[in-house]
Design a protein around this ligand. Structure first.
Ligand code: IVH
Length: 703
């Protein structure tokens, strides 16, 4: 009988027992090879559907011939029943711990090299010692026992001498071979114990928590979210129901061996790791060799810089003497090898107590709950504040005053409260559950949360000192009332010096006040005074936009001005009346209403007018003539006198639309010098091209 085609699922009806068994063995080998390509090497060679087809074929054959089902079959990763408890197993070779160098500076690496050289009685002239440099994975240690190449037992480290038999759960980890790959030259030893770390990738952890949150929201009992990837991984490995363990996405890195019986001729730790890799185990890419203290320091720094970008958590690096002969000479001291050390990085998580929960107001008015903490050293700095992000997050984590919490600071990221330590809750007087205040803690304006948004925002805008600088810059920008020369630095100076608190204060600034500022020449002060004076003559849309009402951008400001004609009508319009304006939906209408419901915002408008801000009544009038109604313009190039925005304002005030691109529907292209592709397009489509003078004529000559 010919060998069955790899891709055809079914054996002929007449298949002999031998050919069924052969096909089953072939399928196991195929699935093993392609599983390794997929899970370990991240380089699948066949489509998932093909893998699934083989898998189902093998499952069917095993169901029909259970006597030929083998424990190393890829179908046997999940399937066991839930356990009552784990069985304790004695490790053939104790699982030692590793000495930790707590000095997180380079001197920590130096100290290890010095100790090794001293133990080996190396003189100063002797060449540098060669080390293998590895990552210190933040998961949990596992011993995997293979007999005749087949996984027979997986055990946790436990106390180092006795661990727990977690074989059922470990079988669900796709990256762990159930059967060793047949490597080219090296036959695996009769008994091989592989040691390494089971961990959870950060993205897998986030996705798991996302699923958990959905379950909690659905009301599933007994579900919880996990505090960090290590806890999630440990929980999965020590899960009594293997079906649940199988749902928790675990990964694995090999870093050493336990008992080895049979021929194996590795002479260095690196050779050993390469053999493990060839037998199908994931070995971290960043593992390398280093010479002497200098090499160790370089590795420590390189990984330190990469740490936050790795797809998994590490809490340090590990240095191991590469030569196995030297390892043997160095031996052990109190259950720790003298040939290895873990070199830490500053911890990114610590425990501390919540002293208070404050609400901070950001430059854009966003309200953020912030936990005030008992000072704690984490991620290399002392942290006293940590963000709780928003009201939902604070309530979901149920962080309260008095709680012991985990604080995390990774890289330059703002410190955050990860969660409450549950054991701490019994013995403290907990504060109330967090609720976001309905008024801004800085200015007392209403704080609102819009539908579908996670954040509350202060509606105080320019009245709120937290938003003051931002509000002034917004008002003074070119597209609003335009105060030339009033940039970020100057606004910082003016606000910090207490010279302006509200927008109207801008217009009360005299030359002398400005001239007292640092690095402010008389000429510059005069320029600002002039620019302020000039800005008083504006348009209603610019003024409205400048007020910085949330959701009121330039287009909405124009639509409002056109519709209502005067500011007082807008300030007094009901939500319903506002909704009658083109482009104004419920969110915008509500936002405008909330803004003008605050007495202090109306006051600002009054005072600005009192300071002399004005706009021409003609433009503001809703029944102004609309000579260009129904037309569409495109502006391109540099116009002789009008700025782009000014031209746009004029055209729109006359009832026409301004569009960004030329099409057949374009009525006119207004072109200046250095007009580019838009002009070409206009010619191509036969659209009329006019200059500024022609535009002015159109505006004046029309009825
Ligand atoms: S070697 C005899 N290498 O750190 C040396 N351990 O106390 C045995 N760990 O929980 C350990 N990454 O699981 C070694 N690259 C690495 C490691 C590593 C993480 C864990 C290990 C154990 C602890 C050592």
């Amino acid at each position: 009988m010919p060998t069955p085609d790899l891709f055809s699922a079914a054996l002929p009806e007449t298949a002999t027992q031998d050919s069924v068994q052969a096909r089953m063995a072939q399928l196991r080998a195929l699935l093993q090879h392609h599983g390794h390509q997929y899970y370990v090497l991240d380089a699948p060679e066949v489509p998932d559907a093909v893998y699934d087809q083989w898998f189902q074929e093998l499952q069917a054959l095993e169901a029909a011939h259970p006597q030929w089902r083998t424990p190393d079959s890829p179908t046997q990763r999940v399937g066991g029943k839930p356990l009552d408890a784990f069985i304790s197993v004695r490790h053939a070779v104790p699982m030692l711990s590793i000495r930790t160098e707590t000095d997180t500076e380079s001197s920590g690496a130096q100290a290890f090299d010095t100790r090794v050289r001293k133990e080996l009685e190396l003189t100063e002239e002797a060449p540098p010692v060669e080390f293998v440099t590895e990552l210190k994975f933040d998961g949990l240690a596992i011993n995997l026992r293979y007999e005749a190449g087949v996984l027979v037992q997986a055990a946790t480290r436990g106390d180092g001498e006795y661990g727990e038999d977690v074989t059922q759960n470990i079988r669900t980890v796709g990256q762990i071979p159930l059967k060793l790959l047949a490597a080219d030259q090296s036959q695996p030893p009769e008994v091989l114990e592989v040691r390494g770390e089971v961990y959870m990738r950060r993205d897998d952890f986030e996705a798991l928590n996302e699923r958990q949150r959905a379950r909690i929201a659905r009301g599933d009992k007994g579900e919880k979210t996990f505090v960090n990837p290590r806890n999630a991984a440990a929980g999965a490995v020590r899960q009594l129901d293997p079906a649940i363990a199988a749902e928790r996405p675990l990964s694995f890195f090999a870093y050493g061996v336990g008992e080895v019986r049979g021929a194996w001729a590795a002479s260095t730790h690196m050779e050993l790791l390469l053999a493990l890799k060839a037998w199908g185990f994931p070995v971290a890419e960043l593992t390398s060799t280093a010479l002497g203290a200098e090499g160790l320091v370089t590795f420590h720094q390189r990984i330190g810089a990469l740490r936050d970008q790795l797809p998994f958590d590490i809490d340090g690096v590990v240095y191991k003497v590469n030569s196995l002969a030297l390892q043997q000479r160095l031996g052990f001291v109190s259950r720790e090898p003298r040939w290895a050390v873990a070199h830490k990085y500053p911890a990114q998580e610590q425990l501390t107590t919540v002293l208070a929960i404050d609400v901070q107001v950001g430059r854009t008015g966003k309200l953020t709950p912030v936990a005030k903490l008992a000072p704690v050293f984490v991620g290399g700095v002392t942290v006293t504040n940590a963000t709780l992000h928003n009201e939902d997050e604070a309530r979901r984590k149920d962080v309260r005053v008095g709680d012991t919490v985990i604080v995390r600071r990774a890289g330059d990221v703002i410190p955050e409260v990860v969660g409450v330590v549950p054991q701490s809750l019994a013995c403290v007087n907990r504060g109330d559950i967090f609720t976001m205040p309905r008024t801004c803690p800085v200015c007392g304006s209403a704080a609102v949360r819009e539908e579908g948004e996670a954040d509350y925002r202060c509606t105080g805008g320019l009245f709120c000192s937290a938003q003051r600088k931002q509000a002034i810059l917004h008002f003074a920008q070119r597209r609003a009332v335009e105060v030339e020369g009033l940039g970020e630095k100057l606004v910082d100076q003016l606000v910090d010096a207490g010279l302006i608190r509200t927008l109207p204060d801008l217009y009360r600034l005299g030359f002398s006040a400005l001239a007292t500022l640092d690095r402010m020449a008389d000429k510059s002060a005069q320029n600002i005074v002039d620019a302020l004076e000039k800005s008083k003559e504006t348009t209603l849309p610019r003024f409205l936009f400048g007020l910085g009402i949330r959701h009121v951008g330039e287009a909405t400001a124009k639509a409002l001005a056109r519709h209502f004609g005067q500011i007082d009508a807008i300030m007094d319009a009901s939500e319903e009346q506002l909704l009658a304006v083109n482009d104004v939906g419920p969110t915008v209408a509500q936002s405008i209403r909330t803004f003008f419901d605050q007495a202090h915002n109306r006051e600002v408008v009054e005072q600005l007018r009192a300071c002399g801000i004005h706009w021409s009544a003609l433009e503001a009038s809703s029944d102004a003539p609309k000579p260009l109604a129904g037309l569409t313009f495109v502006i391109t190039g540099t116009l002789p006198t009008l700025g782009r925005d000014a031209a746009k304002d004029l055209i729109e005030a006359a009832g026409a639309k301004v569009s960004g691109s030329v099409s057949k529907k374009t009525s006119y292209v207004l072109a200046g010098t250095e007009a580019g592709s838009k002009l070409d397009k206009a010619r191509e489509l036969g659209v009329a091209v006019i200059d500024e003078a022609a535009l002015r004529q159109m505006l004046e000559s029309s009825p």
